[in-house]
Design a protein around this ligand. Structure first.
Ligand code: KIV
Length: 284
């Protein structure tokens, strides 16, 4: 039986009040592990540019890179609801480019929804994609692709006037056809108001407990990221420490000649070593 999670399941979750657990993840192996647990959605986020490639922003993520890693995640998690992040300049140029690139995520990588970092300038693009049958997640609040205009990120909608603007923007995204919203770094009170008004599922990232679902980056959940994490994120493991311990022990065993031992080596069939030695003796 096909147990693939669909958008219908996300709408049911919203209606019944069951929270949606989402993870941002970028590779086959991690996706395969995540899919064994009660997670509903994977986003292949353009944060991959920072976490996988070491850039200092999400801007260098390209379409080809995002399509490649999205299809890898799909292979690891065939039944998970899969959202692909539209990278910088994959939709800002115009409707035609946006349509072509969103279509690539669907046709080439098996995504079920695309995410766009949106303000009111992108209403036409959301409408066109939605009219073409492509589910769109409108990402509002903090929008990391706007780093060059903002300089550094700070919490969104902490003041009433800005909060009202964000609430109106959320309404407009839904009117334009967004099938879901992602609220990043938004004051919890405002995120709760938006979620209550919204007919579509609202996923929060650093936007408090009042959203229909939550998303965190897999490397943060696993505790593999080093350095200071943003206030809103939480680690549920310490894979950085475990990775350092494992690599340390490996290097030590190699240097001391402990690894590889007999158990981790291949061996010749019985009697074959003696035969080889005879062959070598007779070799001119
Ligand atoms: O790129 C990403 O991973 C994201 C999430 C943090 C929401 O946009």
């Amino acid at each position: 039986m096909n147990n693939k999670i669909t958008i219908a399941n996300l709408y049911e979750a919203k209606e019944s009040g069951s929270r949606i657990a989402a993870v941002s993840c970028y590779d086959y192996t991690t996706a395969k592990l995540i899919s064994q647990k009660d997670v509903d959605m994977i986003l292949v986020g353009d944060s991959a540019a920072q976490i996988m490639l070491g850039f200092d922003s999400t801007l260098p993520a390209t379409m080809d890179f995002m399509v490649t890693i999205t299809s890898a995640v799909r292979r690891g998690a065939p039944e998970m609801y899969l959202v692909a992040d539209m990278p910088f300049l994959s939709y800002q140029i115009g409707v035609e480019t946006a349509m072509k690139n969103a279509g690539r995520f669907m046709a080439e990588a098996g995504a079920q929804m695309v995410k766009i970092e949106a303000n009111s300038a992108y209403i036409d693009i959301i409408k066109a994609l939605s009219d073409a049958g492509i589910a769109v997640m409108a990402h509002i609040g903090i929008r990391p692709q706007s780093i060059s205009k903002i300089g550094r990120f700070k919490a969104e909608a902490t003041e009433a006037k800005v909060a009202l603007e964000l609430i109106c923007l959320a309404d407009r995204m839904i009117e334009a056809g967004a099938s879901s919203l992602l609220l990043e770094g938004t004051a919890a009170e405002v995120a709760e108001i938006i979620t209550k008004r919204s007919l579509v599922p609202v996923i929060g990232c650093g936007s408090g407990p009042g959203c229909d679902g939550q998303i965190l980056v897999s490397s943060d959940i696993l505790g593999i990221s080093q350095g200071k994490l943003p206030k809103f994120t939480k680690s549920y493991g310490d894979l950085a420490a475990e990775t350092l311990r494992a690599v340390d022990q490996y290097a030590e065993e190699v240097k001391k000649g402990i690894f590889p031992d007999r158990e981790h080596s291949y061996h010749m069939k019985k009697g074959q070593l003696e035969e080889l030695q005879n062959l070598l003796k007779n070799k001119p």
